[in-house]
Design a protein around this ligand. Structure first.
Ligand code: 13P
Length: 252
């Protein structure tokens, strides 16, 4: 069954004191009956995951990490493993975000390893993909998206996709205030579902949730979410305010 999902990627924002406030605010809004069966996920930074997981344990809010290392343990200074996350009660990880690709050199090949490690450790993966502005301008966006998905995910078995959520995030729309039009989002989402149908069959393709991310805010969420192949959103800036995040959840 395809799920409606709204996830907040807090990126490198909110210290513990601020995270406490934001979680309190989101809990209040979500408990006030806004979610309507929609999965609500928040992704604070590593150091606040323990607190977030504990504080949301009895609520319907789920907690995700923004990254993890592909090895189970070892001499990787500064890194965090899948096991460390699940041990905290964090069962979801965002992988492939364009900021990880751009600033930390994460390649599709590395992401394939991270996806494998996450799935082996029973984590659910929110896998991000999306083209750069120059790809879209040159009309290469379909090819770029196809390559990203093929290289990082198409070695998986059909059953693995039960634990994958996809997030289309065109890089030119992230944090820029410029959103892909609902039609542009729908076009890519439908294209991705078609790729999945060809490789894994229509059942898998229809069961997977594909989120849109890139300057989603209360004012544009409803229109984007109204598209048939858009199953929710991965929200950056607007997830940092409880009221805005709640308004976006309500738009689904
Ligand atoms: P913005 O909503 O701030 O554009 O960020 C989107 C994003 O990158 C979510 O992962």
């Amino acid at each position: 069954m395809r799920q409606k999902i709204v996830a907040g990627n807090w990126k490198m924002n909110k210290n513990l004191d601020e995270a406490k406030e934001l979680i309190k605010g989101i809990k209040k809004e979500v408990q006030a009956g806004l979610e309507d069966g929609t999965r609500v996920i928040i992704a604070p930074c590593f150091v606040n995951l323990h607190y977030a997981a504990k504080k949301t344990k009895k609520s319907t809010i789920e907690v995700a990490a923004q990254n993890m290392h592909q090895a189970n343990s070892g001499a990787y200074t500064g890194e965090v493993s899948a096991d460390m996350l699940t041990n905290l009660g964090v069962n979801i990880v965002i992988l492939g975000h364009s900021e990880r690709r751009e600033y930390f050199g994460e390649t599709d090949e590395l992401l394939a390893q991270k996806v494998d490690a996450a799935l082996e450790n029973k984590l659910e993966v929110v896998f991000c993909f999306g083209e750069l502005l120059e790809d879209r301008k040159s009309g290469n966006h379909f090819k770029v998206v196809e390559n990203q998905l093929k290289k990082a995910l198409f070695h998986l078995q059909e059953a693995d996709f039960k634990n994958i959520i996809l997030a289309y995030e065109p890089v030119w729309a992230i944090g820029t205030g410029e959103t892909a039009s609902p039609e542009q989002a729908q076009e890519i989402h439908a294209f991705v579902r078609e790729l999945l149908t060809k490789k894994y069959g229509v059942e898998t393709a229809n069961a997977i949730s594909i989120l849109y991310g890139g300057s989603v805010k209360p004012a544009n969420a409803k229109e984007i979410f109204s598209k048939p192949d858009v199953d929710g959103g991965l929200i950056g800036g607007a997830a940092l305010k409880a009221e805005d995040f709640a308004a976006i959840i309500k738009s689904i």
